[in-house]
Design a binder for this molecule. Structure first.
Ligand code: ZN
Length: 241
């Protein structure tokens, strides 16, 4: 259709929280698409450190790879305060990180990724962007059902039907574990990119940035820190001669 506002196949919108996974996804998109915009969500997280890391990471990616600098476009932040109203979790309240009877961490916000991807698609629609990139992963994840490949594929169909578009939802981390995510960063930007992500991305559920470990900053004991530390250790072991 001649009036289709979709710019074409060369633009991507990356869900970019400032964590290890989304930083790797941003590098992945910058390596592939001519124009890349970023989107962060502010929904009353107990700690906003991840959001603060976003600008440092964006600047670091541009500084390390001039071609990426030419491709990196606008950064968007959407306030989704309503999410905190429907979540009874440690991310938005001063409670202990723990696990519910279902096995899911109490940081779980039901359907959060469905909400994020739906808002991302609405923004992509307005921006004339076809490709949407997210760090969802079902390999060594926390058990969020909306991170699973089938949920993402079903959502892609629903979004395309409901918005009459041909969005493509990309999840480059879906079938790799945390060690392989570090390896993907290395293959995209070498040790310099790994070092940038170690130093400037943030994953810790407790928002702890006082202590610097070899895998980055964090409390070292929450589930997110343990996953990151364990993945980094296996990545480094696989790099050893
Ligand atoms: Zn932690």
């Amino acid at each position: 259709m001649a009036t289709d506002p979709i710019a074409g196949d060369d633009a991507a919108l990356v869900l970019f929280s400032g964590g290890q996974d989304s930083a790797t996804c941003l590098a992945w998109a910058l390596d592939r698409f001519a124009r890349v915009e970023t989107l962060g969500f502010d929904y009353g997280q107990r700690h906003r450190i991840e959001l603060d890391c976003r600008q440092t990471l964006r600047a670091g990616l541009v500084a390390r790879e001039p071609a990426w600098g030419r491709r990196l476009g606008e950064d968007h932040t959407l306030a989704l305060d309503a999410l905190s109203a429907v979540s009874d979790t440690a991310l938005t309240r001063e409670s202990e990180i723990g696990f519910e009877a279902s096995g899911l961490p109490n940081t779980f916000v039901p359907g959060r990724n469905i909400v994020f991807l739906t808002f991302a698609a609405a923004l992509a629609y307005r921006r004339g962007i076809r490709h949407i990139v997210g760090g969802m992963c079902e390999t060594d994840y926390s058990g969020y059902p909306d991170c699973r490949d089938d949920a993402i594929k079903a959502l892609q169909v629903a979004l395309n039907l409901g918005m009459e578009r041909r969005f493509v939802l990309h999840t480059p981390l879906m079938w790799i574990d945390k060690a392989q995510t570090w390896g993907l960063a290395q293959s995209l930007g070498g040790r310099a990119l790994v070092d940038l992500i170690v130093e400037d991305s943030h994953t810790c559920y407790l928002g702890e940035r006082g202590q610097r470990h070899e895998w980055g900053y964090g409390c070292g004991t929450c589930p997110a820190c343990r996953l990151r530390a364990e993945g980094y250790a296996r990545f480094m072991a696989s790099e050893a001669p």
